[in-house]
Design a binder for this molecule. Structure first.
Ligand code: AMP
Ligand code: MG
Length: 333
Protein backbone atom coordinates (compact mmCIF):
# COMPACT_ATOMS: atom_id res chain seq x y z
CA UNK A 1 0.00 0.00 0.00
CA UNK A 2 1.20 3.54 -0.69
CA UNK A 3 1.59 5.97 2.16
CA UNK A 4 2.42 9.28 0.50
CA UNK A 5 -1.15 10.06 -0.56
CA UNK A 6 -4.18 10.70 1.62
CA UNK A 7 -7.43 8.79 0.99
CA UNK A 8 -9.83 11.39 2.41
CA UNK A 9 -11.74 13.02 -0.47
CA UNK A 10 -11.28 16.53 0.91
CA UNK A 11 -7.52 15.97 0.66
CA UNK A 12 -7.26 15.37 -3.10
CA UNK A 13 -3.86 16.76 -4.05
CA UNK A 14 -3.67 19.60 -6.55
CA UNK A 15 -3.26 18.31 -10.14
CA UNK A 16 0.36 19.40 -10.47
CA UNK A 17 1.42 17.57 -7.34
CA UNK A 18 -0.64 14.51 -8.23
CA UNK A 19 0.67 14.20 -11.80
CA UNK A 20 4.32 14.66 -10.90
CA UNK A 21 4.34 12.28 -7.94
CA UNK A 22 6.37 9.10 -8.55
CA UNK A 23 3.42 7.12 -7.19
CA UNK A 24 0.98 8.54 -9.75
CA UNK A 25 3.43 7.97 -12.59
CA UNK A 26 3.88 4.34 -11.64
CA UNK A 27 0.12 3.86 -11.26
CA UNK A 28 -0.66 5.47 -14.62
CA UNK A 29 1.97 3.33 -16.32
CA UNK A 30 0.42 0.20 -14.80
CA UNK A 31 -3.02 1.38 -15.96
CA UNK A 32 -1.74 2.07 -19.46
CA UNK A 33 -0.03 -1.30 -19.62
CA UNK A 34 -3.10 -3.21 -18.38
CA UNK A 35 -5.23 -1.66 -21.14
CA UNK A 36 -2.55 -2.19 -23.83
CA UNK A 37 -2.23 -5.84 -22.83
CA UNK A 38 -6.03 -6.25 -23.02
CA UNK A 39 -6.13 -4.64 -26.48
CA UNK A 40 -3.39 -6.95 -27.76
CA UNK A 41 -5.06 -10.04 -26.27
CA UNK A 42 -8.52 -9.22 -27.63
CA UNK A 43 -7.27 -8.17 -31.07
CA UNK A 44 -5.34 -11.43 -31.34
CA UNK A 45 -8.63 -13.25 -30.77
CA UNK A 46 -10.39 -11.41 -33.58
CA UNK A 47 -12.13 -8.67 -31.59
CA UNK A 48 -12.75 -5.27 -33.18
CA UNK A 49 -12.39 -2.16 -31.03
CA UNK A 50 -15.37 0.17 -31.39
CA UNK A 51 -15.82 3.72 -30.16
CA UNK A 52 -19.23 4.15 -28.55
CA UNK A 53 -20.98 7.51 -28.13
CA UNK A 54 -20.57 9.41 -24.86
CA UNK A 55 -23.95 11.18 -25.20
CA UNK A 56 -27.30 9.78 -26.34
CA UNK A 57 -31.06 9.95 -25.77
CA UNK A 58 -30.87 7.25 -23.05
CA UNK A 59 -28.24 5.37 -21.13
CA UNK A 60 -27.88 2.32 -18.89
CA UNK A 61 -30.46 2.61 -16.08
CA UNK A 62 -28.95 -0.31 -14.16
CA UNK A 63 -26.44 1.48 -11.95
CA UNK A 64 -27.19 1.24 -8.27
CA UNK A 65 -28.14 4.48 -6.54
CA UNK A 66 -26.34 6.87 -8.92
CA UNK A 67 -27.87 9.78 -10.86
CA UNK A 68 -27.53 10.36 -14.59
CA UNK A 69 -26.25 13.61 -16.10
CA UNK A 70 -28.39 15.51 -18.61
CA UNK A 71 -26.94 17.23 -21.65
CA UNK A 72 -28.85 19.79 -23.73
CA UNK A 73 -28.52 18.45 -27.28
CA UNK A 74 -30.03 21.20 -29.43
CA UNK A 75 -33.15 21.33 -27.29
CA UNK A 76 -33.31 17.55 -26.71
CA UNK A 77 -32.53 16.09 -23.31
CA UNK A 78 -29.62 13.69 -23.79
CA UNK A 79 -27.62 11.75 -21.21
CA UNK A 80 -23.93 11.23 -20.56
CA UNK A 81 -23.29 7.48 -20.73
CA UNK A 82 -23.35 5.60 -17.43
CA UNK A 83 -22.23 2.54 -19.42
CA UNK A 84 -21.93 1.49 -23.05
CA UNK A 85 -24.32 -1.47 -22.73
CA UNK A 86 -26.96 -0.38 -25.27
CA UNK A 87 -24.33 0.45 -27.89
CA UNK A 88 -22.43 -2.76 -27.21
CA UNK A 89 -25.44 -4.89 -28.08
CA UNK A 90 -26.17 -2.70 -31.12
CA UNK A 91 -22.53 -2.88 -32.32
CA UNK A 92 -22.90 -6.64 -32.75
CA UNK A 93 -24.89 -5.81 -35.88
CA UNK A 94 -21.53 -4.79 -37.36
CA UNK A 95 -19.12 -7.30 -35.77
CA UNK A 96 -19.49 -10.52 -33.75
CA UNK A 97 -16.76 -9.75 -31.21
CA UNK A 98 -16.30 -6.19 -30.04
CA UNK A 99 -14.65 -4.25 -27.24
CA UNK A 100 -14.28 -0.64 -26.24
CA UNK A 101 -12.64 1.47 -23.56
CA UNK A 102 -15.18 4.12 -22.70
CA UNK A 103 -15.70 6.82 -20.06
CA UNK A 104 -18.76 6.54 -17.82
CA UNK A 105 -20.26 9.33 -15.71
CA UNK A 106 -22.37 8.44 -12.68
CA UNK A 107 -23.27 10.90 -9.95
CA UNK A 108 -22.81 8.43 -7.14
CA UNK A 109 -24.28 9.19 -3.70
CA UNK A 110 -22.15 11.63 -1.69
CA UNK A 111 -21.39 9.05 0.98
CA UNK A 112 -19.54 6.92 -1.62
CA UNK A 113 -16.74 9.52 -1.73
CA UNK A 114 -15.20 7.69 1.21
CA UNK A 115 -15.64 4.05 0.10
CA UNK A 116 -12.24 4.14 -1.69
CA UNK A 117 -14.04 2.43 -4.59
CA UNK A 118 -16.27 5.06 -6.20
CA UNK A 119 -15.51 7.76 -8.72
CA UNK A 120 -18.11 9.97 -10.41
CA UNK A 121 -16.21 9.46 -13.68
CA UNK A 122 -14.38 6.28 -14.58
CA UNK A 123 -13.64 4.02 -17.54
CA UNK A 124 -14.80 0.55 -18.43
CA UNK A 125 -13.12 -1.98 -20.66
CA UNK A 126 -16.27 -3.37 -22.24
CA UNK A 127 -16.47 -6.63 -24.17
CA UNK A 128 -19.42 -8.22 -26.01
CA UNK A 129 -19.57 -11.46 -28.02
CA UNK A 130 -22.42 -12.58 -30.30
CA UNK A 131 -23.71 -16.08 -29.59
CA UNK A 132 -21.79 -16.40 -26.30
CA UNK A 133 -23.19 -17.80 -23.06
CA UNK A 134 -22.68 -16.51 -19.53
CA UNK A 135 -20.10 -19.23 -18.97
CA UNK A 136 -18.21 -18.24 -22.13
CA UNK A 137 -18.07 -14.67 -20.82
CA UNK A 138 -16.81 -15.84 -17.41
CA UNK A 139 -14.04 -17.82 -19.11
CA UNK A 140 -13.14 -14.86 -21.29
CA UNK A 141 -12.81 -12.49 -18.30
CA UNK A 142 -10.70 -15.01 -16.44
CA UNK A 143 -8.30 -15.44 -19.39
CA UNK A 144 -8.22 -11.70 -20.03
CA UNK A 145 -7.47 -10.70 -16.44
CA UNK A 146 -4.76 -13.37 -16.11
CA UNK A 147 -3.18 -12.13 -19.34
CA UNK A 148 -3.33 -8.46 -18.28
CA UNK A 149 -1.86 -9.06 -14.82
CA UNK A 150 0.78 -11.49 -16.08
CA UNK A 151 1.91 -8.99 -18.68
CA UNK A 152 2.10 -6.02 -16.32
CA UNK A 153 3.92 -7.99 -13.60
CA UNK A 154 6.55 -9.13 -16.12
CA UNK A 155 6.97 -5.78 -17.88
CA UNK A 156 6.82 -3.25 -15.03
CA UNK A 157 8.82 -4.58 -12.03
CA UNK A 158 10.21 -1.09 -11.27
CA UNK A 159 6.71 0.37 -10.96
CA UNK A 160 5.63 -2.36 -8.52
CA UNK A 161 8.80 -1.75 -6.49
CA UNK A 162 8.14 2.01 -6.45
CA UNK A 163 4.62 1.35 -5.13
CA UNK A 164 5.77 -1.28 -2.64
CA UNK A 165 3.26 -3.74 -4.14
CA UNK A 166 4.44 -7.30 -3.63
CA UNK A 167 3.60 -9.21 -6.81
CA UNK A 168 3.37 -12.40 -4.73
CA UNK A 169 -0.20 -11.12 -4.17
CA UNK A 170 -0.97 -12.48 -7.67
CA UNK A 171 0.43 -16.00 -7.21
CA UNK A 172 -3.04 -17.56 -7.04
CA UNK A 173 -4.49 -15.26 -9.69
CA UNK A 174 -1.79 -16.18 -12.19
CA UNK A 175 -2.60 -19.88 -11.80
CA UNK A 176 -5.73 -18.91 -13.66
CA UNK A 177 -8.51 -20.58 -11.80
CA UNK A 178 -10.64 -18.02 -10.00
CA UNK A 179 -13.13 -18.90 -7.28
CA UNK A 180 -16.84 -19.20 -8.05
CA UNK A 181 -19.88 -18.85 -5.83
CA UNK A 182 -23.54 -18.20 -6.44
CA UNK A 183 -25.15 -15.03 -5.11
CA UNK A 184 -27.25 -17.14 -2.71
CA UNK A 185 -24.04 -18.67 -1.29
CA UNK A 186 -22.49 -15.22 -0.90
CA UNK A 187 -25.62 -14.09 0.98
CA UNK A 188 -25.44 -17.12 3.35
CA UNK A 189 -21.73 -16.56 4.00
CA UNK A 190 -22.32 -12.88 4.77
CA UNK A 191 -25.32 -13.55 6.99
CA UNK A 192 -23.26 -16.22 8.79
CA UNK A 193 -20.68 -13.50 9.47
CA UNK A 194 -23.40 -11.34 10.99
CA UNK A 195 -23.66 -9.01 7.98
CA UNK A 196 -27.31 -8.22 7.09
CA UNK A 197 -27.04 -8.83 3.32
CA UNK A 198 -30.41 -8.78 1.53
CA UNK A 199 -31.01 -11.93 -0.58
CA UNK A 200 -32.87 -9.81 -3.19
CA UNK A 201 -30.19 -7.20 -3.90
CA UNK A 202 -26.67 -6.92 -5.29
CA UNK A 203 -24.03 -7.40 -2.60
CA UNK A 204 -23.70 -4.15 -0.69
CA UNK A 205 -20.31 -2.42 -0.51
CA UNK A 206 -19.50 -3.66 2.97
CA UNK A 207 -20.53 -7.23 2.11
CA UNK A 208 -18.47 -7.19 -1.08
CA UNK A 209 -15.40 -6.01 0.84
CA UNK A 210 -15.97 -8.61 3.58
CA UNK A 211 -16.03 -11.52 1.10
CA UNK A 212 -13.15 -10.05 -0.85
CA UNK A 213 -11.04 -9.66 2.30
CA UNK A 214 -11.44 -13.39 3.08
CA UNK A 215 -9.96 -14.54 -0.23
CA UNK A 216 -6.50 -14.71 -1.80
CA UNK A 217 -7.65 -14.90 -5.43
CA UNK A 218 -10.35 -13.11 -7.42
CA UNK A 219 -13.70 -14.89 -7.52
CA UNK A 220 -16.93 -14.84 -9.50
CA UNK A 221 -20.32 -14.32 -7.91
CA UNK A 222 -23.03 -15.64 -10.25
CA UNK A 223 -26.82 -15.90 -10.51
CA UNK A 224 -28.03 -12.61 -9.07
CA UNK A 225 -31.77 -12.36 -8.43
CA UNK A 226 -34.03 -10.66 -10.96
CA UNK A 227 -34.70 -7.08 -9.94
CA UNK A 228 -31.19 -6.55 -8.61
CA UNK A 229 -29.70 -5.78 -12.05
CA UNK A 230 -30.38 -4.08 -15.39
CA UNK A 231 -33.16 -5.19 -17.75
CA UNK A 232 -30.65 -6.61 -20.23
CA UNK A 233 -29.44 -9.52 -18.02
CA UNK A 234 -31.09 -12.72 -19.25
CA UNK A 235 -33.32 -14.64 -16.88
CA UNK A 236 -32.41 -18.31 -16.51
CA UNK A 237 -35.27 -20.33 -18.03
CA UNK A 238 -34.27 -23.30 -15.81
CA UNK A 239 -34.23 -21.18 -12.64
CA UNK A 240 -36.84 -18.44 -12.99
CA UNK A 241 -36.08 -15.43 -10.84
CA UNK A 242 -32.32 -15.85 -11.29
CA UNK A 243 -30.26 -14.07 -13.92
CA UNK A 244 -27.48 -15.51 -16.07
CA UNK A 245 -24.99 -12.96 -14.85
CA UNK A 246 -21.87 -12.54 -12.76
CA UNK A 247 -19.50 -10.19 -11.01
CA UNK A 248 -15.77 -10.64 -10.68
CA UNK A 249 -14.60 -9.61 -7.22
CA UNK A 250 -10.93 -8.99 -6.37
CA UNK A 251 -9.06 -10.58 -3.47
CA UNK A 252 -7.67 -8.70 -0.42
CA UNK A 253 -10.78 -6.58 0.23
CA UNK A 254 -10.55 -4.54 -3.01
CA UNK A 255 -14.13 -5.51 -4.01
CA UNK A 256 -15.92 -5.68 -7.36
CA UNK A 257 -13.84 -5.38 -10.54
CA UNK A 258 -16.28 -6.39 -13.27
CA UNK A 259 -19.94 -7.15 -13.98
CA UNK A 260 -21.30 -9.13 -16.89
CA UNK A 261 -24.10 -11.32 -18.18
CA UNK A 262 -25.71 -13.22 -20.96
CA UNK A 263 -28.10 -10.68 -22.49
CA UNK A 264 -31.77 -10.71 -23.26
CA UNK A 265 -32.34 -9.97 -26.94
CA UNK A 266 -36.07 -10.79 -27.00
CA UNK A 267 -38.13 -7.68 -27.74
CA UNK A 268 -41.22 -8.54 -25.66
CA UNK A 269 -39.13 -9.65 -22.71
CA UNK A 270 -37.03 -6.50 -22.77
CA UNK A 271 -40.11 -4.26 -22.89
CA UNK A 272 -41.61 -6.16 -19.92
CA UNK A 273 -38.35 -5.95 -17.97
CA UNK A 274 -38.02 -2.20 -18.68
CA UNK A 275 -41.58 -1.70 -17.38
CA UNK A 276 -40.83 -3.83 -14.29
CA UNK A 277 -38.00 -1.47 -13.39
CA UNK A 278 -40.44 1.45 -13.49
CA UNK A 279 -39.00 2.90 -16.72
CA UNK A 280 -40.90 4.06 -19.78
CA UNK A 281 -40.01 1.89 -22.82
CA UNK A 282 -40.74 4.90 -25.09
CA UNK A 283 -37.47 6.45 -23.89
CA UNK A 284 -35.51 3.54 -25.32
CA UNK A 285 -37.05 3.80 -28.78
CA UNK A 286 -33.93 3.67 -30.92
CA UNK A 287 -32.68 0.64 -28.99
CA UNK A 288 -36.03 -1.16 -28.95
CA UNK A 289 -36.49 -0.55 -32.69
CA UNK A 290 -33.16 -2.31 -33.30
CA UNK A 291 -34.03 -5.16 -30.93
CA UNK A 292 -37.39 -5.64 -32.69
CA UNK A 293 -35.60 -5.94 -36.03
CA UNK A 294 -33.18 -8.36 -34.37
CA UNK A 295 -29.89 -7.98 -32.50
CA UNK A 296 -27.74 -11.08 -31.93
CA UNK A 297 -27.96 -13.07 -28.72
CA UNK A 298 -24.78 -12.26 -26.79
CA UNK A 299 -22.89 -12.17 -23.54
CA UNK A 300 -20.39 -9.63 -22.31
CA UNK A 301 -18.94 -7.71 -19.42
CA UNK A 302 -17.37 -4.44 -18.32
CA UNK A 303 -14.19 -4.23 -16.26
CA UNK A 304 -13.72 -1.04 -14.25
CA UNK A 305 -10.30 0.15 -15.43
CA UNK A 306 -9.57 2.27 -12.34
CA UNK A 307 -10.84 -0.49 -10.01
CA UNK A 308 -8.60 -3.08 -11.66
CA UNK A 309 -5.65 -0.67 -11.58
CA UNK A 310 -6.26 0.03 -7.90
CA UNK A 311 -6.23 -3.69 -7.09
CA UNK A 312 -3.19 -4.49 -9.22
CA UNK A 313 -1.21 -1.49 -7.94
CA UNK A 314 -2.36 -2.13 -4.35
CA UNK A 315 -3.66 1.41 -3.84
CA UNK A 316 -5.51 2.76 -0.83
CA UNK A 317 -8.19 4.39 -2.98
CA UNK A 318 -9.49 4.24 -6.53
CA UNK A 319 -9.01 7.97 -7.16
CA UNK A 320 -5.25 7.35 -7.16
CA UNK A 321 -5.77 5.39 -10.40
CA UNK A 322 -7.04 8.48 -12.23
CA UNK A 323 -4.92 11.32 -13.62
CA UNK A 324 -7.79 13.77 -13.03
CA UNK A 325 -9.96 12.11 -10.39
CA UNK A 326 -13.62 13.04 -9.97
CA UNK A 327 -14.83 12.05 -6.54
CA UNK A 328 -18.53 12.34 -5.69
CA UNK A 329 -19.17 15.89 -4.46
CA UNK A 330 -15.54 17.02 -4.67
CA UNK A 331 -14.81 19.95 -6.98
CA UNK A 332 -11.75 19.12 -9.09
CA UNK A 333 -10.44 19.73 -12.63
P1 AMP B 1 -21.61 -1.79 -13.13
O1 AMP B 1 -22.31 -1.62 -14.42
O2 AMP B 1 -22.17 -0.91 -12.05
O3 AMP B 1 -21.49 -3.20 -12.69
O4 AMP B 1 -20.13 -1.26 -13.39
C1 AMP B 1 -19.22 -2.03 -14.12
C2 AMP B 1 -17.85 -1.93 -13.52
O5 AMP B 1 -17.42 -0.57 -13.52
C3 AMP B 1 -17.83 -2.35 -12.05
O6 AMP B 1 -17.62 -3.74 -11.92
C4 AMP B 1 -16.68 -1.54 -11.51
O7 AMP B 1 -15.44 -2.18 -11.76
C5 AMP B 1 -16.72 -0.26 -12.33
N1 AMP B 1 -17.44 0.80 -11.61
C6 AMP B 1 -18.77 0.91 -11.43
N2 AMP B 1 -19.08 2.03 -10.76
C7 AMP B 1 -17.91 2.64 -10.49
C8 AMP B 1 -17.56 3.86 -9.82
N3 AMP B 1 -18.49 4.66 -9.32
N4 AMP B 1 -16.26 4.20 -9.73
C9 AMP B 1 -15.30 3.41 -10.27
N5 AMP B 1 -15.57 2.25 -10.92
C10 AMP B 1 -16.85 1.86 -11.03
MG1 MG C 1 -21.63 -4.23 -11.02
Amino acid sequence: MTTDVPTAPAALPDPGRHLTSPTTRSVLRIKHHLVSAARAHLCEQGFTEVFPPIIGPVTDPGSRGSKQVDVDFYGHRYKLMTSAILYKQASLLAFDKIFCVAPNVRLEPLETASTSRHLAEFHQLDVEVAGASRDDAVQLVEDLVVHMVDSVVRELPKEFAELGRDVEAFTELLKGSFGRMRHAEAVSELQGLGHPQSPDAELDWTGEALLSGRRDRPFFVTDYPKGSRGFYDRENPDAPGLLKNFDLVAAEGYGELCSGSQRTNDYAEIVTRIRETGENPQKYRWYLDLVREGVPASAGFGIGVERLTRYVAGLDAVWQASAFPKLPGVVSP
